[in-house]
Design a binder for this molecule. Structure first.
Ligand code: TMP
Ligand code: ASP
Length: 247
């Protein structure tokens, strides 16, 4: 972990739905990530925001990435800069979103007409093609190779093993914070030597987290489904993770 003070922010290179990415001056191997307060759902058809959302997500993500590093998962993390900013390794991004499900909810529950909340006998890994214009469609293994999002079935297996390792690490962490990790989406990329790293973020934006005792939703579904209490839920997740991890 390098000290944040020695980096300076360069030109903006990309603005996404939840983050802005900047160059790091004099460092073509790094990226400066700034978390925004905006919140979108259904491929940005629904838009919202709340104060401190960016800061909460950065803090949650930083805590989880540190825990994953401790457990042998390489991540893009280099330095925390401010409440909403961090410096990360620049990676060659895999053009697939990796979704892991422990309990059936959301799109896959709907697709198969299975009741939301049905536990799965073993974690399910799914690939979605990272393409906003196509609304990130689900892809089978053979389709992923056909569209050249992966080179081979061996590469897809590597991605599945990676996603399952992240899941196995996060499950007890979330449990210790009184949260059930229902499902989540991660993104990955390779460094110049080809080593797979966790990238992007892990936050209530890209996980389903249910309170272990009450089953209450503590994630972006509160926004997607107009349940109210979005900010309170994100804040509660952050507080609980700090309590569980920063002992
Ligand atoms: P889904 O049930 O809508 O397919 O979502 C599965 C998980 O992936 C859920 O935790 C939300 C997350 N997710 C994202 O982070 N970004 C997305 O674009 C989608 C569709 C899902
Ligand atoms: N992340 C996607 C969006 O921002 C979809 C979602 O999370 O529902 O539109």
């Amino acid at each position: 972990m390098e000290a944040g003070g020695r980096f300076s922010k360069g030109a903006m290179v990309y603005e996404g739905k939840a983050k802005r990415l900047y160059q790091v001056e004099g460092r073509s191997d790094l990226i400066w990530q700034e978390f925004k307060d905006s919140l979108t759902a259904f491929n940005a058809q629904k838009k919202g925001n709340f104060a401190n959302k960016g800061a909460l997500n950065r803090e949650i993500s930083s805590l989880l990435f540190q825990e994953l590093e401790k457990n042998g998962v390489h991540t893009h993390r280099v330095a925390d800069i401010s409440a909403t900013e961090e410096v990360t390794k620049k990676l060659e991004m895999v053009k697939l979103e990796l979704v892991v499900r422990n309990v059936l909810a959301g799109s896959t529950a709907k697709k198969f007409g299975i009741e939301e909340g049905t536990p799965l006998e073993r974690p399910l890994v799914e690939f979605y093609y990272k393409d906003d214009a196509l609304a990130d469609p689900f892809v089978s293994d053979d389709q992923a190779i056909m569209i050249k999002a992966a080179k081979s079935l061996a590469e897809l297996d590597e991605l599945k093993v990676f996603a399952l390792k992240v899941n196995a690490t996060l499950l007890p962490v979330m449990r210790s914070a009184g949260l059930q990790l229902v499902d989540f989406k991660i993104e990955a990329g390779r460094d110049t030597t080809g080593v797979l790293h966790l990238a992007d973020e892990i936050s209530p934006d890209c996980c389903r987290l249910w309170d272990l005792k009450t089953g209450e939703k503590m994630d972006k579904d509160r926004f997607r489904r107009d349940l109210g209490g979005v900010e309170e839920a994100y804040r509660e997740v952050c507080e609980r993770l700090k309590k569980a991890l920063l002992k």
